[in-house]
Design a binder for this molecule. Structure first.
Ligand SMILES: C[S@@+](CC[C@H](N)C(=O)[O-])C[C@H]1O[C@@H](n2cnc3c(N)ncnc32)[C@H](O)[C@@H]1O
Length: 251
C-alpha cells in the first residue's frame, strides 16, 4: 500500500486475497506485489530492472479507437455484431477486460468471468475507474458485470443465458518477437498457462446459444479438436468462430 489514505481498503483487499500487507513498495522475498497507489491498483514485478506495472486501464486511446472502429472490425464481426444488436456475450476469460469493454462499447451486454482473484481485483479497479469517466459512465455500469468465477463451473451451473461465448485463453509461450508483450508475461507469471482451454471450448460449445469465438495468434493452431466454421483475421489476432445453432449462414 502506497497511499496512507487507502490503508483500510488495502487491508480489506489483503484479507480477501489472503496476501501479506506491507507499507514498503518493494518487499523482500516476493516475485510480485499488488500496489494500491492514490490512483489505481497495480501488479508490480519485483526485481532488478522489472517491467512496468500491469493495471486494467480501460480508458486509454487504444480502447477508445477500437470502440470507434465499430461493428465491422474483425472482433465484432466474429461475434456477429454486424448482424444483431444488443447481443449478450459471456467473456469467459476476461483478463484485463480490454476485449470485453470494446464489445460492451459496441452495444453488447457483457458478463466478464475471471477466475484469478488477483486479475479480478485489477479488473474491478479498472472498471470502477472507467465507470467514473464521462466517456464510459453512460453505458458501462448497465452493460458490464464482473464475476470472479471459473467459466467451466459457471457454464455448468447456470441455464443458457448468453448468445455468444468469447474465449481468449493465454496463448502458448512464444518466441521473443511474438506479441508476448511484457504485460502478458507478467500475467502469465500470475495465472499460468490456461492448460484447460480446450475443455473450456468444449463446454462453451454446449452452452452458447449462437456461437463461440476464440481469439488465437495470427498463425496459431486452432484450440482443441473441432475445426472452426469460420475464421476472421485482424492485425493482431485471428478469431475462430464456431456456430452452435447450425444452419446459420457462414459469416
Ligand atoms: C489472455 S487473458 C484475456 C485477455 C482479455 N481478452 C483482454 O482483452 O484483456 C486470459 C485470462 O483468462 C483467465 N481464464 C482462463 N481460463 C479461465 C476460466 N476457465 N475461467 C475464468 N477465467 C479464466 C485467465 O486467468 C486470464 O486472466
Amino acid at each position: 500500500v502506497l497511499d496512507p489514505e487507502r490503508l483500510s481498503e488495502a487491508e480489506t483487499l489483503a484479507k480477501t486475497l489472503r496476501l501479506p500487507l506491507f507499507e514498503d513498495a518493494r518487499p523482500q522475498g516476493f516475485s510480485h506485489a499488488l500496489a494500491l497507489t492514490p490512483q489505481r491498483l497495480e501488479l508490480r514485478t519485483i526485481g532488478t530492472r522489472p517491467p512496468g506495472p500491469v493495471t486494467a486501464e480501460l480508458r486509454d486511446e487504444d480502447i477508445r479507437r477500437r470502440i470507434r472502429s465499430g461493428r465491422r472490425q474483425p472482433l465484432a464481426r466474429a461475434c456477429g455484431l454486424h448482424r444483431d444488436t444488443g447481443l449478450r456475450i459471456l467473456d469467459a476469460t476476461a483478463g484485463l477486460g480490454r476485449d470485453g469493454i470494446v464489445l460492451a462499447g459496441l452495444g453488447c451486454k457483457v458478463t466478464l468471468l475471471e477466475r484469478s482473484p488477483v486479475i479480478a481485483a485489477l479488473l474491478r479497479d479498472g472498471l470502477a475507474r472507467a465507470a467514473a469517466d464521462a466517456a464510459f459512465s453512460s453505458w458501462l455500469p448497465q452493460r458490464v458485470e464482473l464475476l470472479e468465477e471459473d467459466a467451466i463451473a459457471y457454464m455448468h451451473s447456470v441455464a443458457r443465458g448468453h448468445d455468444v461465448v468469447y474465449l481468449d485463453p493465454m496463448y502458448p509461450e512464444r518466441g521473443k518477437h511474438a506479441l508476448a508483450k511484457k504485460e502478458m508475461r507478467t500475467l502469465r507469471a500470475v495465472v499460468g498457462e490456461d492448460a484447460d482451454a480446450a475443455r473450456l471450448l468444449e463446454v462453451a460449445l454446449t452452452y452458447a446459444a449462437r456461437r463461440v469465438v476464440v481469439k488465437r495468434p495470427p498463425r496459431g493452431e486452432t484450440l482443441g479438436g473441432s475445426s472452426p466454421d469460420h475464421q476472421l483475421s485482424g492485425n493482431r489476432a485471428r478469431y475462430d468462430v464456431y456456430f452452435t445453432r447450425k444452419g446459420l449462414p457462414a459469416q
